[in-house]
Design a protein. Structure first.
Length: 357
């Protein structure tokens, strides 16, 4: 990809044979998980690893995430694939962490990702959201991390629609005030920020934010509702991409950005605009459960042999929702074997006695 940097946030494939429980350590099918990353790289996309789409903090614990980062980094080196990895604080307890604890947890994970040779993505922290008393705590902590980062990082602003525990991030429930704190952090360390990943599902706010960024700082859209227009851009600039929806859309995303590389913006929109209905369906409220539809489509497309998720989250969406996801994806031609996809969908519905769902 020449005109845009495009990363697909990738899901993990659970091991359905493991004797685990929803609140136990994640059991991952490493072969299938890494094969899916090779699929993404084969289409020219980068991989955003161990982030929200991989069920980070929603079934994927830090121990499994660290192993995922280590294995994916080795695969990326082998195939020359672009890789960015999530840095968080999820080795801490859910409640009661101090700011010093949060800082130490971030430092541990930042060092781990850098040692693996991947680009760090500083993810929003539930523990920081709980411990911080105002914008100054965010500025001090992020400033410390950026000063010690060995290479430029991606800052991630994940909105509360994706994780309610992140309400009031950057020290304010007012998004305008939060934006000012966000920019203060960037302004203090512009050479250490490769880009910002904005997941607010608000195209207007993203465009305004994008236009204020220093020229050296990218805006990676995380808006799964408005991505075609944001990536296409306008006379004042464009967004690069770090998107969960590009997990199932990899072939179409690759085709579309290839057209953009050739200067064919209309062709880019013609390929990508029809995918928005599927994305809006998968990411409908409660948005945090979009991963269920992502994994369903991977199963239907033949990328994995089962519809099981870490933490048991295959049950997080209704059967009518999943059936509609199949219909929309089939209409886009996303399934290499449509008959296999239809058979698997019928089987799933039949198991639950919901053939007419």
């Amino acid at each position: 990809m020449r005109s845009r940097t495009v990363l697909a946030a990738a899901h993990v494939v659970a091991d359905p044979r493991a004797g685990t429980s929803p609140d136990g350590p994640a059991a991952v099918d490493w072969d299938a998980t890494l094969a899916f990353r090779r699929h993404l790289w084969s289409h020219g996309l980068g991989v955003a690893e161990a982030m929200d789409t991989a069920q980070r903090g929603a079934g994927l614990d830090w121990g499994a995430a660290a192993e995922l980062i280590r294995r994916s980094a080795a695969e990326a080196r082998a195939v020359g694939g672009l890789l960015a990895c999530g840095v968080g604080t999820d080795q801490l307890p859910s409640h009661g962490a101090s700011l010093a604890d949060v800082r130490g947890a971030y430092e541990e994970q930042l060092g781990f990702v850098e040692d693996a040779g991947a680009q760090p993505v500083l993810m929003a922290s539930r523990q920081l959201a709980a411990a911080a008393t105002g914008p100054e705590d965010y500025q001090e902590l992020y400033g410390h991390l950026l000063r010690q980062a060995a290479r430029p990082v991606i800052l991630h602003w994940l909105g509360p629609m994706f994780d309610p525990a992140l309400a009031g991030y950057w020290g304010s429930a007012d998004p305008d005030a939060a934006t000012e704190t966000f920019f203060a952090i960037i302004a203090g360390h512009p050479a250490k920020v490769d880009g910002v990943k904005v997941s607010l599902l608000d195209a207007g706010r993203e465009v305004r934010l994008r236009r204020r960024l220093p020229g050296t700082v990218r805006c990676y859209t995380g808006d799964d509702f408005h991505y075609p227009e944001l990536i296409a851009g306008d006379d004042h600039g464009f967004s690069d991409a770090l998107l969960g929806i590009f997990d199932p859309l990899a072939p179409l995303a690759s085709e579309a950005v290839g057209l953009l590389d050739a200067g064919d913006t209309a062709g880019f929109r013609a390929v990508l605009d029809p995918t928005v209905a599927l994305s809006r369906h998968l990411f409908q409220a409660p948005t945090r459960h979009y991963k269920t539809g992502i994994v369903l489509l991977a199963w239907l497309a033949g990328h994995q042999s089962h519809f099981t998720m870490v933490g048991g989250l295959q049950s997080a969406r209704s059967l009518p929702h999943l059936r509609r996801a199949h219909e929309l994806a089939d209409g886009l031609g996303l399934f290499p074997d449509p008959e296999l996809a239809a058979h698997r969908m019928r089987t799933l519905l039949a198991v639950y006695g919901a053939e007419d769902a």
